[in-house]
Design a protein around this ligand. Structure first.
Ligand code: 1CP
Length: 357
């Protein structure tokens, strides 16, 4: 067994062993300790992130391999997590094929001309490697820098991407999105088909460049009821996971508020199902079913409480996670911007210091 508290990271001599820990847990193989990384670990709460981002717009930063490499490595250096997540955004492939959108500070993605009819749909052509040369360049550079520590590539799930495109920006209830889904199913399915092709290809591009796992962020799909998920979303998430099968990398599937969807998400074909903080992992394991690893699921807001609370609640997550066939420790959603990085460092060390068996 390695020295779990201090070793994971770019400077470690034990990288190949640590590399194995995250990938092994995804594959439901035995591990010496529970691997850990955090959704939105890059950016957000890190002062060194705010410093390098100064004066550079978000989408501009995503197109600059030097910045992408630096920002992706920052949480790896600071926390010693077991995987890096590629610094980018779910709307980058849409921007790359010419959709007029921006990421507004403090707001999120904003689309100039929302997609609400069949003519607008024509703007969603397939993405090709030549559309995102900066992604390939940054992933390749990162794989070298990470020296064996896994890099997670990612993309937005079709429901979540459609919500930004149809609403024109962040939305609470996804009203227009669901109105299209229920009221214009032909248009909905045509939109899903196009987004599925874009998402699948953008994940394949990241794996071709060296990413060793992928996560599909269908963050807002919890707005949909299980039967509707089956009709309007599952065919597309299934196509994405099936379309990645030949690459042999672990596929992670995550959404927020998906307690009632875990069963049907378990059918979509991912190797790992991400669980938000609302469902305990032992219960989630029953819902997702056999043959899957789980990822999660400490409430990100718990990190705002004193350390003894964090420790107790993290131990509970670890304990319940033992019921799953494989467990990757994570938060139930992204790191909150107000999180003290020292809490995340302490949490990472604590997870590593807890023997798995
Ligand atoms: O660890 C990391 O931060 C990796 C990089 C990353 C990832 C994985 C970013 C950078 N975005 C994402 C994914 C992403 N983007 C998701 C799925 C994950 C999740 O649910 O959190 C979603 C829904 C988005 C869309 C988005 N982009 C939002 C949410 C808006 C809403 O609807 O509430 C926001 C605020 C952004 C901008 C963004 N993306 C990333 C950063 C660091 C930022 C902030 C940039 C800025 O303010 O300038």
């Amino acid at each position: 067994m390695t020295d779990p508290a201090g070793s994971p990271g770019v400077d470690s001599e034990n990288d190949s062993e640590n590399d194995a820990v995250f990938l092994r847990a995804c594959r439901r193989q035995p591990v010496p300790y529970t691997p850990v990384w955090y959704m939105r670990q890059a950016g957000r709460s890190l002062p060194e992130y705010r410093k390098v981002r100064e004066g550079t717009a978000m989408l501009e930063a995503c197109a600059r391999p030097d910045l992408v490499v630096e920002i992706t490595l920052q949480p790896v250096r600071r926390y010693g997590v077991d995987a890096a997540i590629f610094f980018s955004d779910i709307v980058v492939p849409l921007k790359a094929i010419g959709v007029d959108l921006d990421i507004k500070p403090g707001v999120g993605p904003v689309v100039a001309e929302p997609i609400r009819d069949v003519t607008a749909l024509q703007r969603l052509r397939p993405v090709e490697p030549d559309d995102v040369p900066y992604v390939t360049e940054a992933v390749r550079a990162l794989v070298g820098e990470l020296a064996g520590l896994p890099l997670i590539g990612f993309a937005g799930g079709p429901f979540t991407l459609s919500s930004y495109l149809i609403e024109g920006g962040p939305s609470k209830n996804h009203d227009r999105t669901k109105a299209m889904m229920y009221g214009e199913p032909g248009l909905w399915h045509a939109l899903m088909e196009r987004l599925t092709a874009i998402t699948l290809e953008s994940l394949r591009i990241q794996v071709a460049a060296g990413a060793s796992a992928v996560q599909l962020f269908d963050s807002w799909v919890g707005a949909v009821a299980p039967d509707d998920y089956r009709t309007y979303v599952l065919p597309y998430t299934s196509q994405i996971f099936t379309g990645l099968a030949d690459l042999g990398v672990p596929r992670i599937h995550f959404g927020v508020g998906t307690g009632e969807l875990l069963r049907v998400m378990g059918e979509a074909g991912a190797d790992v199902v991400g669980v938000d903080w609302r469902v305990p992992l032992d219960e989630a394991a029953l819902r997702v079913g056999a043959g899957k690893a789980l990822q999660g699921n400490l409430d990100p807001a718990i990190l705002l409480a004193p350390w003894d609370v964090v420790e107790r609640r993290a131990d509970d997550v670890l304990e319940r996670g033992r019921v799953a066939e494989g467990h990757i420790f994570n938060l139930g959603h992204g790191v909150l911007p107000t999180t003290d990085p020292d809490q995340l460092k302490r949490l990472t060390d604590h997870v590593h210091a807890t023997p798995h068996a």
